[in-house]
Design a protein around this ligand. Structure first.
Ligand code: CO8
Length: 260
């Protein structure tokens, strides 16, 4: 199978651009997540890589979030393995020492939004057809505590409470208004703007910025690292319930019908 992640590392600037290229919608499958974590780890280990820009090579979509097929009618063992990979992706990204910028050039629901808010800075294409948010409740599922915490750390408690209960998806200008993204630019300028913004972030001495980032994020990260196994068990129990499987089935049917 062809790679789902393409990395271009520019040795002269110390910046890597990661393109998600898993058609049709960059859904976060087990294979995708595994590739993502390996690619990120590799860059993390490379002392010369200081910045990471994440974007999509798919038109109109940054990432459709978790691959629903990985949690629909699958064994508890498979669901557990899948969830571990989701945790790993978030831990790698939220805890990265690199400057991470999400160049959000399309819709970014649920897991796609999580990826974005795990970065240091978000630039989104100013196209009113795109949306971003943690819409889990709309699928009849519940965003886990670490999704919730990442959202709170980005937009604050009250906005998160309402956004999560209603499963809100925001268009770019709404997302900018609540601080879910930091900047809107025309569609064709998302990655170039990310590159320019990166220069500004990289002007700060790495050690000072990294210690500051860690100070801000460590408590949130520790909450998951000290409870990974419990979190996996909780997910598996939840997602394999008949009622939850039924909700997922209905949501999938709706996705197919809506098509076109
Ligand atoms: N997983 C699996 N398949 C998907 C997903 C997905 N997340 N999203 C889309 N697809 C499929 C569609 O069903 C369709 O399949 P097919 O071609 O066989 O009919 C194909 O991908 C293309 O999709 P669209 O035709 O809808 O493409 P569009 O360009 O029109 O729209 C969107 C793109 C906006 C991304 C749209 O597909 C969409 O809204 N997708 C659903 C997004 C979503 O709700 N994701 C939530 C996933 S759950 C999650 O990430 C966190 C879960 C936390 C679990 C906690 C439990 C305790």
């Amino acid at each position: 199978t062809s790679p789902k992640i393409k990395v271009d590392f520019d040795q002269s600037t110390g910046v890597a651009v990661m393109q998600m290229q898993s058609p049709p919608v960059n859904s976060l499958s087990l294979d995708f997540l595994t590739e993502f974590s390996i690619a990120t780890e590799k860059l993390e280990m490379d002392k010369s890589c200081r910045g990471l820009i994440i974007t999509s090579s798919q038109p109109k979509v940054f990432s459709a979030g978790l691959d629903i097929m990985e949690m629909y009618m699958k064994s508890p063992e498979h669901c557990g393995e899948f969830w571990k990979a989701v945790q790993e992706m978030w831990l790698k990204l939220y805890g990265s020492n690199m400057v991470t910028i999400a160049a959000i050039n399309g819709s970014s629901p649920a897991g796609g939004c999580l990826m974005s808010i795990a970065c240091d800075y978000r630039i989104m294409a100013d196209n009113p057809r795109y949306s971003i948010g943690l819409n889990e409740t709309q699928l009849g599922i519940v965003a886990p505590f670490w999704f919730k915490d990442t959202m709170i750390n980005t937009v604050g408690h009250r906005t998160t409470e309402m956004a999560l209960e209603l499963g809100m998806l925001y268009n770019p200008s709404e997302a900018l208004k609540i601080g879910l993204v930091d900047q809107l630019v025309p569609e064709d300028q998302v990655v170039t703007t990310a590159t320019q913004t990166m220069t500004k972030w990289l002007a700060i001495p790495d050690h000072a910025r990294q210690i500051t980032k860690s100070m801000m994020r460590k408590p949130t990260i520790d909450k998951l690292t000290s409870n990974r196994e419990t979190d996996i068990q909780y997910f598996v129990n939840f997602i394999t319930k008949d009622s939850i499987q039924k909700s997922l089935g209905m949501y999938l049917a709706m996705l197919k019908k809506r098509k076109g």
